[in-house]
Design a binder for this molecule. Structure first.
Ligand SMILES: [Cu+2]
Length: 134
């Protein structure tokens, strides 16, 4: 009975520790956005609804930049890694500040289809681009 109990505990713990890498599921596709010379590249990128993605935002500038997705990530589970400073509120992920020559990686699965603008909201930075979810 002790063995059965230990096995059950392990079986319950594993899915909590690795929600994305379930057996048989392909690893999330990695897609890169570059912030350089105060512009985001590419201007438009396309993601698939419900499909896990690792979105890497690379800052090639000497300036601090922010990645601020408008509506795309509301009420969505987002795992952030890299050396950015993420911010969350009651609706979920709000933005990540990325230091000069830094990078942030966001792992999530887009919830809804549509065209979603993202911006850098730092003063004087007129940076915007879009993510299409199909
Ligand atoms: Cu900026």
């Amino acid at each position: 009975m002790r063995t059965a109990g230990a096995f059950l505990g392990l079986a319950l713990a594993v899915p909590l520790l690795s929600p994305i890498t379930e057996a048989g599921e392909a690893p999330a596709a990695s897609i890169e956005i570059v912030a350089s010379k105060r512009a985001f590249t590419p201007e438009t990128l396309t993601l698939q609804q419900g499909k896990p993605v690792a979105l890497v935002i690379r800052n090639d500038d000497e300036d601090l930049h922010a990645f601020v997705p408008l509506l795309l990530l509301q009420h969505t589970n987002v795992q952030v890694s890299g050396n950015g400073a993420p911010e969350f509120n009651e609706t979920g992920f709000v933005r990540v500040l990325i230091p000069p020559h830094g990078r942030a990686e966001l792992r999530f699965a887009p919830k809804s289809t549509g065209v979603f603008t993202y911006i850098c909201d730092l003063p004087g930075h007129n940076m915007r681009a879009q993510i299409v979810v199909k």
